[in-house]
Structure formats: C-alpha cells, structure tokens
Design a protein around this ligand. Structure first.
Ligand code: GLY
Ligand code: MN
Length: 470
C-alpha cells in the first residue's frame, strides 16, 4: 500500500499545477435494495490516489493559493459507533492522512464557499450520483459521470490523469501483491476443475481466495465455458469434458490497486485438435504484442501486432483466407478477435476509463469506426511506468458468425463452413473462446509482466487442471 509520504507527494504535485481550488468527492454508499443495506463501499479512484483510503461521503478541498488540503468527513456520533463501531476522531484522521485540516462534512456547500472566497471551484464527477450532484451544486459545473465530457473541466481531468498514468514503485509493489493473490485464485480454479460441476463452484473458489487475502474481485469474475460472451457474469453452466474454461479474474486490494488476468484451460486436461492450435495462436499473439512494449510505442501498434498474428494463424488453419495485412485491413480478423488488445490498469481495472477518450486517444487521435478495432480502449503512447493489459482472444460468437451482413462482406475472406464447425462443436454447445491476458508495465527500454508467474504455456496449464483433486 503506498505510504503517507507518497500520498503527500502526490497532493503537493497536484497542488503545484492548479490554477484554482479543486473539490474531490469520495462518493457514498450505494443501497442494494433499501438505504441501510448498501453494496460494499468503493471510494472514487482519484480520491484513493491522493489519500489511500476514504470514508463514505468524504470530500477534499485542494487550495493552490494557501497550498493546503482540507478533508471533510462524516461527523462522529454515538449512534454511528453503535452500529458501525468506533472510528478515529477527526483529529486522529488529520494526523493519519497528513492533511492540513479536517472538518465534518455537514453543510459542505457553505464551508467550501467560505474557503473559496469567491474563486471558481473545479470539481470531478464520481460514480455516486448523489456525490456528483453535490459537487455540481457547489462548483456550479455541469458534471455527469456517464460521459467523458461530463467528468469535469478538461484541465482538471488531464492533470489527474497525468499523475495517475505513470505508476510509482509503491503502486507497482501493490499491483505485484494483487498479482500473487490472483495467481493463487487461478491455480485453485484450475486445480478443482472437473467435468460435472457447475461454473459457480470454481467462481466461488476464485472470489473466496480474494476474500481470504482481504481483497475483493476487481470486477465481476468471469468464469465460464461460454468464454465467447466477453463479459459473461453468469456461472450456471455445467462443465463438460470437451469444454474450455475461461477465467478472467483479478484481485483488488483495499488500496484500490488491482490485477486483471485471463487464463483458459480444458476441462479434460487436454486441448484437443484445433483447440490446441487456437490456444497457440492466442498465446503467440499475446507474446508478440508484449514483446513490442517499451516507452514511446503507440498502444494501437500493439493491437495491430496482436491482430496480425491472429489473422495469420487463422489463415494457416484455413478459417480465414488471404494475407494477414489484407485481413486486418478489412477487419475480417475481428469476426474472431472482436475487441481491443487491452486497457490501462491501476486503481481502476480499466484505469481512468471514465475520463474518456480525451485521456485515452490523446493528440486528437480518433477511434476507428471499424467493427472490433472501435473497441480499442486506448491508443496512447506508452510512457515508462504505465501499466496496461495485453489480452488478445479468439472467439466463435454465434451472433457475429451468423450475421448476414458479415457473411456478405467477408464472403471471400472467411471459410464459413470451417468457422461454422466451431459453432457446432461440443455436441452443439459450441467451441466458446480463448483469451490470454496479462498486466504489463512499460519501462524505458522494455517491459515487465507483472502477472508473469501465472502459468500460460499450453502444457503447463494442462498439467494444472484437476491437480487439486488427485
Ligand atoms: N477483465 C475484464 C475486462 O478487461 O474487460
Ligand atoms: Mn482486461
């Protein structure tokens, strides 16, 4: 967990670049079904970045004129202690978080107006609509968390993004720590795999492993034999011998830092026939993209490399027809690899994705409109200290492969009879999909794979299947 000193350094750097005061909200509890029964609390990531922890409904005021940072926290009360236990006093919190002052968050608009002394205040939208509405009321700005443009003034968003996008050594250590826990979860799921059980038995082990280490899933764990459903959060299928399990699961620490890893393995313990070929293409694609990583490289180039290997591999198998360059040019590869090669990662699993393309497609780069490539979440130039995922995949998605428009558009570039066989595989359940994902750090002259210890060689993975049961 990054230290108090590191958080203070971040706040000082942030203050140094500000022209006007800033109000940041941590966000409050979100009710599941009635107000007293909330979802587990998750503070806003930028708030976590500057303070390392956050109580629900906390707010922070950064004043570049005085150089001071003031926190506003819920008032302490005996009733609060009755239900939720004793919490440190406001004075204790001031010392613990190393801020200049702490006050209660009662009547926040009046308190911020008094501090702003007529100056305009910049604010940031957060996932909690109530906190965003309060920040909008206080700042008079039009904030909307659901759109990149509604996050706050561009200067504010870009200055926070600049600080958050290169990870310091303490942040990297925290991500390495979640990678160790993520490895344990993946190995446990591989080890307990056998035909006849439901996906939920393995998903429960994954999330249970995170909980045992004081973590939560960084996103809803994807564990399914229907890996072609990219964000498949259902866990009700039974595992059959011919199925491939796809686990996309990562631990998030209480600091907010997380991992995001995908591995695939065969229920039977052996990738048979074309499944082995598909696995090797995806792995080669992932390795080739990772191999290109270093500061200065454009992320979109990594995507292109991954696409080229997938196109080449599928052409060698006879599923696609033509040269890789042409297949990637027309987008034929995207019928099987329909998403971007990855995204930044850090305090958010898709780090700063809420900030939108102003951060992720800088220098007036614009998103492709082509199917598949338009889902590339970032096309920024890599800088030393940036962390991101590399996660190519190959999927056989009925909704794509049965689409009349695609069939017509790619009639010469796809061997449709061959592709259809994958939809009918496994007694009609279909082949599913294979994705391999790691978290990668760009350095000045190369990279470090933060999740490298999680096995992904085909034979290595096969050898781990069912091992916990033998
Ligand atoms: N781990 C899910 C995703 O990257 O979208
Ligand atoms: Mn991912």
């Amino acid at each position: 967990m990054p230290s108090l000193k590191q958080h203070q350094k971040r706040r000082t750097e942030f203050l140094a670049g500000l022209k006007r005061p800033v109000l940041l909200m941590a966000g409050g509890n979100k009710p599941r079904n009635y107000p007293d029964n909330p979802f587990p609390y998750r503070p806003d990531s930028s708030f976590l970045f500057f303070f390392g922890e956050a109580e629900a409904d906390a707010a922070a005021f950064f004043d570049p004129q005085s150089g001071q940072v003031q926190l506003f926290l819920p008032a302490r009360s005996p009733e609060g202690a009755l239900w939720y236990g004793d919490v440190p006093s406001l004075a204790d919190m001031q010392a613990r978080l190393g801020v200049d002052a702490v006050d209660s968050n009662d009547e926040l608009p009046g308190k911020i107006a008094a501090l702003a002394k007529g100056r305009e205040v910049d604010a940031l939208a957060v996932a909690d609509p109530k906190a965003t509405a309060l920040a909008a009321e206080i700042s008079g700005q039009n904030l909307n968390f659901d759109s990149g443009a509604g996050q706050g003034r561009a200067e504010l968003v870009l200055s926070i993004a600049a600080l958050r996008s290169s990870k310091d050594p303490e942040e990297l250590d925290e991500m390495r720590r979640t990678a160790v826990i993520t490895k344990e979860a993946h190995l446990e799921a591989m080890g307990h795999t056998r035909a006849g059980i439901l996906e939920q038995e393995l998903a429960g082990r994954v999330d249970g492993c995170f909980a045992r280490h004081g973590c939560v899933p960084a996103y809803n764990t994807i564990l399914s034999v229907r890996g072609e459903v990219l964000h498949n959060h259902e866990h009700h299928n039974e595992l059959h011998a011919g199925d491939i399990v796809l686990l996309d699961g990562g631990a998030e620490a209480s600091s907010g830092y997380c991992s995001d890893v995908t591995r695939c393995w065969p229920v039977s313990g052996k990738f048979e026939g074309e499944a082995a070929e598909i696995y090797d293409i995806v792995l080669n694609s992932e390795l080739a993209a990772i191999e290109q990583v270093k500061a200065g490289v454009r992320y979109g180039e990594l995507h292109r490399t991954a696409c080229m290997i997938v196109a080449e591999g599928l052409a060698e198998m006879g599923i696609l027809r033509g040269k890789a360059e042409d297949l990637v040019e027309t987008g034929a590869h995207a019928l099987f690899f329909p998403h971007g090669v990855g995204h930044q990662i850090g305090l958010d699993v898709h780090d700063m994705e809420a900030f939108g393309d102003q951060v992720h497609y800088p220098q007036n780069r614009s998103r492709s409109s082509q199917f598949g490539t338009k889902f590339l979440r970032t096309d920024t130039d890599l800088r030393a200290g940036m962390t991101f995922t590399i996660e190519p995949g190959i999927y056989f998605v009925p909704a794509i492969l049965n689409e009349a428009g695609f069939r017509e558009q790619f009639k010469d570039q796809v061997n449709w009879d061959h592709a259809e066989k994958f939809l009918r595989a496994n007694d009609g359940r279909g082949f599913g999909g294979i994705r391999i994902e790691d978290d990668v750090l760009a350095t000045e002259d190369g990279y470090e794979v933060l999740t490298a210890a999680i096995p992904k060689g085909r034979q290595e993975v096969e050898d781990l299947v069912g091992r916990a049961l033998s």
